[in-house]
Ligand binder design. Structure first.
Ligand code: ATP
Ligand code: MG
Length: 438
């Protein structure tokens, strides 16, 4: 290698990216709000590894799905020959963990997780190769009530995040036997219109014909629109289940659209499926999707256990929050200005006193004139400057100066200063709490 390569600057890999400090406050707002709302519904946090065996995804997500066919990062472990995969989604690993640790042994479980997922996709806005999901799964509930609850929970989350206008689409895809019947009907129908099928559709005709319904190809729309509907082939039980969900959502005041073409791209679903869609992000408009998957636990070696869950794409929600003008700040409460050797010495201690009282403090470090420190205080976004300069050192006090609102600078003891700041902080907290009540 050439000598001058010694100092090569590296770049992040295409589709993998940094989330920089200017954006993390909004990410934290999303995460904190989601945590809070999930907790309000009794969901408990679980954390699974990012690597699972490849077979887990083949068996759960399904061999003939986009994810397994072309999106997984898989490799063979050189040491022992294990076939491994970076998780493309969270449900499979969550079910694996539930089965492995017998988590439903003592009754139903509501679980949630958050973390990075990996898919080898075409990179575009709202579509990365490493992206993040928050997912929730409920195990041990057969009825539509827990589906309704998950949907109502998401509606609350959108409100709490300031996202209005997200559309809920729901559908039922029936149980396995109903779908098998429908599959035959559908294959026959598409065969009659073979001339209209694009390459993707022809490939899926016998492996995953339901997925053709999902196609966005404009040339196929009319033909897809006229295809036989699964709804017309469902048994009584499945219909009652779906009607139950619709009624519960109506009673809860959650608006929805019945979308008979919604099938979701993963094999494990049965009966209820749903997606939340926005028109404000271009073509990557689905911010969350989920549904029921009653046979997956058993398929992965557990006792038969009904289940349903969803996952939301955090990047897309982040983009949507930006789109709606939602803001968040990580500015400190106080920027602590200290001018002169004696003030510098006192500052460390004063900063600790303020922090002890629960305030966040950016202490100016590295000296400099009062003017230059004041500039930094302003730029920090802090609501207040606490100043220790020669005058303050002499009289044993500090000066408190509001930076974001009108108000005089005043001289006070550290304790008075804390009292003053705590009142301001309480007012702020009250305001934030009011915002959460939606
Ligand atoms: P899409 O149809 O957009 O490819 P999907 O059906 O593959 O979505 P799911 O597997 O249902 O997506 O994942 C749930 C959510 O995760 C999606 O609704 C989306 O918000 C998000 N998501 C999925 N893939 C990506 C990705 N590559 N980049 C960013 N977010 C993603
Ligand atoms: Mg996809």
């Amino acid at each position: 290698m050439a000598e001058n390569n010694k100092n090569t600057q590296f770049q992040s890999i295409k589709g993998f990216y940094d989330i920089l400090p200017e954006h993390t406050p909004l990410w934290l707002k999303l995460e904190d709000t989601a945590r809070q709302v999930l907790g309000q519904y009794g969901y408990r946090n679980i954390r699974m590894p990012a690597v699972e065996s490849t077979d887990l995804f083949v068996r759960s997500v399904g061999e003939h799905t986009d994810i397994v066919e072309k999106e997984m990062y898989s490799w063979v472990d050189e040491l022992n020959g294990d076939r491994l995969t970076l998780r493309p989604e969270g449900t499979a690993g969550c079910v694996r963990a539930v089965v492995e640790h017998s988590l439903t042994y003592n009754g139903p479980q509501r679980l949630w997780y958050m973390g990075p997922m990996f898919r080898h996709e075409n990179v575009q806005k709202g579509r990365q190769r490493q992206f993040h999901q928050i997912g929730a799964e409920a195990f041990g509930y057969t009825g539509p009530d827990v589906e309704a609850e998950q949907i109502i929970m998401l509606a609350r989350l959108w409100r709490a995040l300031g996202l209005t206008d997200v559309e809920l689409q729901i559908n039922t895809i029936g149980d396995a036997s109903e779908r098998a019947e429908y599959r035959k009907t559908l294959i026959a129908y598409f065969e009659q219109h073979a001339g209209l099928l694009d390459e993707d559709a022809r490939r899926r005709l016998h492996s995953n014909p339901l997925r053709i319904l999902d196609s966005k190809n404009p040339r196929m729309q009319a033909m897809i629109e006229a295809a036989p509907k699964l709804m017309d082939q469902l048994g009584a039980e499945t219909r009652v289940h779906y009607d139950g969900l619709c009624r519960m959502l109506q009673e809860a005041g959650v608006a929805f659209v019945h979308n008979p073409r919604l099938v979701r791209g993963l094999d494990y679903y049965n009966r209820t499926v749903f997606e939340w869609v926005t028109t404000r992000l271009g073509s990557q408009g689905t911010i969350a999707g989920g549904g029921r998957y009653d046979t997956l636990v058993e398929r992965l070696g557990g006792q038969p256990t009904p289940a349903c869950g969803f996952a939301m794409g955090m990047e897309r929600i982040f983009l949507l929050m930006q789109e709606y003008g939602v803001t968040a700040s990580d500015a400190p409460d106080v920027y602590l200005i200290n001018v002169g050797a004696e003030a510098e010495r006192l500052a460390l201690n004063v900063a600790e006193q303020l922090r002890e009282a629960g305030l966040s403090v950016a202490m100016h470090a590295g000296g400099g004139s009062f003017k230059s420190q004041m500039k930094k205080a302003d730029r920090s976004g802090a609501r207040y400057a606490v100043i220790i300069a020669e005058d303050e050192v002499r009289v044993g006090q500090v000066s408190l100066k509001p930076l974001r609102e009108a108000g005089q600078q005043r001289s006070c003891s550290v304790n008075e200063c804390i009292a003053q700041l705590n009142i301001a902080q309480l007012n702020m907290a009250q305001l934030n709490k009011e915002q959460l009540k939606t």
